[in-house]
Write a protein that binds this ligand. Structure first.
Ligand code: PGA
Length: 254
């Protein structure tokens, strides 16, 4: 089964380091049947385009502004990232929601701007450990989906991928603070998301929507996570920084 494998660089690497990474990734993913997307920092996008064009790897941005242009010092628009070579954009990552206080309203505007500029959206949703301990995760994620996709038409969902990234499971491979997520946890939430899409749109939309998992996917667990037929792909942070690791996950047949 063809999967979508997305690498989220977060705020890591220099342009010259990324150039070597991109050249290597292009070679190492030649035969893959999966859709591979790498999301470096903004400053690396033109380099990504240059060294990945003609390869199997698509380029994505990690964020965009909600506005199209104007007096927004320090911001980068959807049109700019598209022009620089991005086809995808991650919107609503928990780093943005928590560290930069992005609200669902803002995320909704960003999604609309991205779609209007021909970008494919990777919408991240997911609950905190506290929300899960209070057993509120289903209601929480449902509300994120409803608020973030407000006013998005069913035909536009073709350009939207949803990534379930429970905050408590992100980067745990390096801190070991929380227990590992189980296939059961993942399947349960994917089911909840599909049901919500069905309630807001249609059965067809629910069947067709692409739902990824993200949170500490690494060389030890990727086969199990991506071998799950309910998981359409993965968003990978820490483990994507090593090109051999990322290419191995991207090359695999699932
Ligand atoms: P991680 O990050 O794979 O390092 O947990 C995933 C993400 O934050 O997108």
């Amino acid at each position: 089964m063809k999967k979508i494998i997305i690498g989220n660089f977060k705020m890591n690497s220099t342009v010259s380091e990324f150039k070597s990474y991109a050249m290597s990734l292009a070679t190492k993913t030649k035969g893959t049947k999966n859709t591979v997307v790498v999301c470096p920092p903004y400053t690396h996008l033109t380099t990504a385009k240059e060294f990945l064009s003609g390869s199997k790897v698509f380029v994505g941005a990690q964020n965009i502004a909600d506005a199209e242009s104007g007096a927004y010092t320090g911001e980068i628009s959807a049109k700019m990232v598209k022009d620089a070579g991005a086809n995808y954009v991650i919107i609503g990552h928990s780093d943005r929601r928590n560290k930069f206080k992005e609200t669902d309203k803002l995320i909704n505007r960003k999604i609309k701007t991205a779609l209007a500029n021909g970008l494919k959206v990777v919408l991240c949703v997911g609950e905190s450990l506290q929300t899960r301990m209070e057993k509120q995760e289903a209601a929480f994620v449902r509300k994120q989906i409803d608020d973030d996709l407000k006013g998005i038409y069913e035909n536009e969902l073709e350009s939207v991928v949803i990534a379930y990234e429970p905050i408590w499971a992100i980067s745990t491979n390096r801190t070991e603070k929380t227990k590992a997520i189980t296939a059961r946890d993942i399947n349960k939430m994917i089911e909840i998301i599909r049901k919500e899409i069905e309630a807001q749109y249609s059965q067809k939309a629910s069947k067709n929507i692409t739902i990824l998992y993200g949170g500490s996917v690494n060389l030890n667990n990727y086969k199990k996570i991506l071998g799950n037929e309910n998981v359409d792909g993965a968003i990978i942070g820490g483990a994507c920084l090593d090109v051999d690791n990322f290419a191995m996950i991207a090359r695999e047949t699932y």
